[in-house]
Design a protein around this ligand. Structure first.
Ligand code: KIV
Length: 273
């Protein structure tokens, strides 16, 4: 079976991601939400695993990421960390756990790190949350920023369309990226923005820029694992490349199992005690 072969088994650190950017090596990142998937994703050689609050959509069936709680993110974070040996594990801070004030953000961040044993956190926003980002980093917690389409703000946007197409939003995004870099973030996710803008940000800042729907001119790519494996149906944004059709594979396998149970083919004599 063809796959990615790497002979570098060292644990990925935030420092190593910055070195990868410096030598022009692209960074691979995928989400995971559970132990079994995280183990497979890690063994395949991924650099970064994001315990995304997209768990709200693809694990819990919610329409937005907003319902996700701190406890739920800690649960998913813990499950993923147990399955991972090499990748850097980043946990999303959920909506409502850091927007209030710096101290609230810091105590949420400390809880996630203490209880999940993750390596780092990701937070959506720029200038509005910069003091909280600084406070969390000053406690020794690595933070990844997230700009462009920020799903936790979906009720303000009213649509999941491409962001920063106009000059003022693009300028704010560039300023925010610089602020996050100055605050000490080790990387930034840019979601669903024009490729030329994302490439400009990746050139201007020294920290890795990871894109999702942000073109190829950035330092790495992230996708939602259930989307790229073709488990989810009915979500086909232009940026999504499907590498498998697990929906079909699983439906067929389950169908065969049902047939075998109904026809008394399963279990056979060798499959019993
Ligand atoms: O929650 C998530 O999965 C994310 C990615 C889309 C970057 O934030």
């Amino acid at each position: 079976m063809a796959g990615y072969i790497s002979n570098d088994n060292r644990k990925v650190t935030t420092h190593r991601l910055i070195e990868m950017k410096q030598r022009g090596e692209k960074i691979s990142m995928l989400t995971s939400y559970d132990y079994t998937t995280a183990q497979i994703v890690d063994q395949a050689g991924i650099d970064v695993i994001l315990v995304g609050d997209s768990a709200s959509n693809v694990m819990a069936g919610n329409v937005t990421t907003l319902p996700m709680t701190l406890e739920q993110m800690i649960y998913h974070g813990k499950s993923v960390v147990r399955g991972v040996k090499r990748a850097l594990v980043v946990v999303d801070m959920p909506f409502g756990s850091y927007q209030g004030n710096e101290l609230e953000g810091l105590s949420s961040a400390i809880r996630i790190m203490k209880e999940s044993h993750a390596d780092a956190l990701k937070m959506e926003g720029g200038e509005e949350i910069i003091d909280t980002v600084k406070r969390i980093i000053s406690a020794g917690i690595p933070v990844m920023g997230h700009l462009g389409l920020m799903p936790q703000s979906i009720n303000r946007y009213g649509t999941y369309t491409v962001r920063a197409k106009d000059e003022s939003e693009a300028n704010k995004l560039i300023q925010d990226a610089h602020l996050l870099e100055e605050a000490g973030c080790f990387g930034i996710v840019l979601e669903k923005i024009p490729a030329s803008l994302a490439a400009r940000v990746a050139k201007e800042v020294s920290i890795p820029i990871i894109g999702i729907g942000a073109g190829g001119g950035v330092d790495g790519q992230v996708l939602v694992v259930t989307d790229m494996l073709g488990m989810t149906n009915g979500f086909s944004p232009r940026f999504l490349r499907r590498y498998a059709n697990l929906n079909e594979v699983m439906t067929q396998a389950i169908g065969r199992y049902i047939e075998d149970v109904k026809s008394c083919d399963f279990p056979n004599e060798k499959e019993q005690y």
